[in-house]
Structure formats: C-alpha cells, structure tokens
Design a protein around this ligand. Sequence first.
Ligand SMILES: Cc1cc2nc3c(=O)[nH]c(=O)nc-3n(C[C@H](O)[C@H](O)[C@H](O)COP(=O)(O)OP(=O)(O)OC[C@H]3O[C@@H](n4cnc5c(N)ncnc54)[C@H](O)[C@@H]3O)c2cc1C
Length: 393
Amino acid sequence: MTDSVLQATLNVTEASQRDWDVLVIGAGPSGAIAARQCAQGGGKVLLVNDQKLPRDKVCGCCLNGAALEALNRIGLNKLVSDCHAPILENFVLASGQQQVALPLGAGVSLSRQRLDLELTQAAIDAGAQFLDETRATLHASEKQHCSVMLNHSQSEYATRARITIIASGLGRRVFSNRLADERRTNRNSRIGAGAVLSEVRSDFKPKTIYMACHRSGYVGCVRLEDGRLDLAAALDANAVKQAGGIGPLASIITNSAGLPASDAVAAANWRGTAKLTQSRATVYGDRLFVVGDAAGYVEPFTGEGMAWAIASGIAVAPLALQSLKVGTTETGPTWAKSRTRLLGGRMWKCRLISQLLRRPKLVKAAAWGLTHAPGLSRPFIRSLNRPFPELRS
Ligand SMILES: Cc1cc2nc3c(=O)[nH]c(=O)nc-3n(C[C@H](O)[C@H](O)[C@H](O)COP(=O)(O)OP(=O)(O)OC[C@H]3O[C@@H](n4cnc5c(N)ncnc54)[C@H](O)[C@@H]3O)c2cc1C
C-alpha cells in the first residue's frame, strides 16, 4: 500500500488568481496524462482532483499490452517497472464447473492508488500544477475562456482557462448545466463494484487474473504489487438487490465458479459505481474536450478502460494545445473523429462481448471449447494487447 500523500503544488486561492491555458478536471489516467502532455508541450496547466492522492478507485487494476505500449510511447514505461507491478501470465476463466487457464501475452497488475499517484507526479514533473481535494465545475465557455468554479472546503473560487479537458470518469457531474452532463446509458447496463482484500488466501496465485462468470455478472480477482487482492465486478443491479447487496452477490458468483474465499468476498468493503455502459452525445464543446470514461465507457470484462483512457489523454493533448491558437471550431470535431478512430472498433468489440456474456450457455460452451483448445483464445488476447497505431509519439 502507498502511504505517502502526494502534495498539491498550490492552494485553491493561488489557483483562482491565475489564468490557465489548460485546466484538466480529474487526475485518473486520462486526466493526468493529458495534463502531462499539455505541460510538456509548453501549456500553463492546472490539474484538479476532488480527492487527495493516493486513493482507491473501483478498477480491476490490470494494464494490458496496449496500455503499456502507450505509456512506453510517451516515455513512462519505467513508471510501471519502478512500481514492481507483477507481470501477468495467466487468465483463469471460471464458469460453473468449467475452469480454463489461458496464457496472457502481456500486461501487469498495479493498484490505482499507486498508478494514479505516479501519473500525477509525472504531470507535476512536466510542469503542471496540481490541486487536490477540490471539485471543479464548468460554468460557461465564453469567447476567450471557460469559467470554472473550484469548490474546496465548502467555499467556491472562480478561475479561468482557455481550454478545459474533462477527465472526470464515469457518471460524475462536471457541468453546472445539468443537461450538458446527460449521458446515454444502456437499459440493461450493469453496475461496477470493487474492493481490496489485505488478507489473501494462497490459492490466489500471483501473476494471474481470475474471472468468475455467472448470469448475474462477473467478478475478477488479481494480486497487486503489494500482495493485496483486488476484486472488481460488473453486476446486474436487480440481482444485487435480490441477493441483499454487492458482497453477497459477488460471493455467490465466485462460489458458483469454484473460486476460493467467498466469505471474505461477501464481507469485503465493496464500493459501487454508476451504470457502466454509457456515452455522451458529443465529446467536445466550446473550448472543451472530454476524454476517458467521461466521454464513454463499456463494461470492463476485457480490461481495456485504462488503455483507452491513456490513449485518449495522449491523443487529446496536441489538439488542446493547437486550440490555444485556433479555438475549438475545427479541433473539436477533429477530436471526435480521432477518438472514434482510436477507440471505436475496440469499444464495439467490448460491447459485443459484454452482450455475449449475458448468455450463460454460450459462456459455458466457450469455456468448454477453450479447455480443449486454449490456443483459440490467442488471436483475441493479441487483439486486446495490440498497440494504438494511431498515436503519435
Ligand atoms: C469494475 C471495473 C473494473 C475495471 N477493470 C479494469 C481493468 O482491469 N483494466 C483496465 O484497463 N480498466 C479497468 N476498468 C476501467 C478503468 O477503471 C477506467 O476506464 C479508467 O479508470 C478511466 O480513467 P479516467 O481517467 O477516464 O477516469 P477515472 O480513473 O475515473 O478518474 C477520474 C478522476 O476524476 C476525479 N473527479 C471526478 N469529478 C471531478 C470533479 N468535478 N472535480 C475534480 N475531480 C473530479 C475522480 O475523483 C477521479 O480521480 C475497470 C472499471 C470498472 C468499473
């Protein structure tokens, strides 16, 4: 576990007294990387997060090959090795009586406490200013700037930025105008949930992702760099109610798939999320860009969200810097197109898989097929790890 707190580089009064080139809302992977890249490109950047870092976040904590390659492209590959993130070797898919171990071509597990702290430190090292424990709300985009309210310790401070990047994650409000925050959610979208266990049974081998599938959802487990066990789940909201809570349902799922520790899973300190599969009508506006989960997300079975977030943080930065000179009339639509090129196909595939997972017979048949011919999974796993050719260094 990471004990050291990341210090803000300025206080809210100082943040409100300056005019910023780029203000980034949210210090998850997409926001921290967008802030770093913009600062490296010469922008005066403020990165605002509503919590102190480090903090936990509901996530499976697995960075796939595409995420690692994207970090490598911007010179942050050492960050992962410096954290001693375990290299993932196997993916154990468990459904009913079927269990199959599939080799993983690439990937590491790394706690979100550590990853987000390190990425934010990288943004600071590149020259971005960092303000924590402050909720940012976008009020209006005017001709020359966006007005942003910074809410800190129940007081409000106004600041201005020429460009705002919204990287606030899944289902979080950032606009003062409620309509601007509306997202499309799938009717049958699952909710996310996560917990971290400190006491871990030795049955959970390191370097292995365990995924228990059930008609009511799925639960993934992986050992982190500090030995703790990360639990992450996508669950049907109705089934959660019927089971009496997230813990009891997660325990039913892990138990039904023969994974150990269902008592600990039931008793874990679970946190839930908003509906997972959601999207925004537009990912840009006057002087603003939306990136990462805030722009749209699909269920986490394929473990790609952080790769999408990292790639979008890298890809948006040159457009944000260009907009300082030319505004967003052209760069906004360019961002929408680039994002579709970057992520559209990957998200579509992930959406298709999340629909197939709702058919238990199909999951059982797939597990049976893979038990007899594990090689069948190789092209699929390779496609998830495939680097983003669209990214420029
Ligand atoms: C159950 C589950 C399992 C997952 N497993 C994996 C996995 O194994 N691998 C993978 O790659 N992805 C996984 N994901 C997806 C991954 O967690 C996300 O895609 C990723 O975190 C998105 O990054 P982001 O930067 O867009 O947003 P986030 O990581 O959510 O960061 C947003 C930040 O903004 C802050 N914030 C929000 N609103 C404000 C505001 N108004 N002012 C200031 N700060 C604000 C938040 O506190 C947060 O720090 C999983 C997701 C879920 C739900």
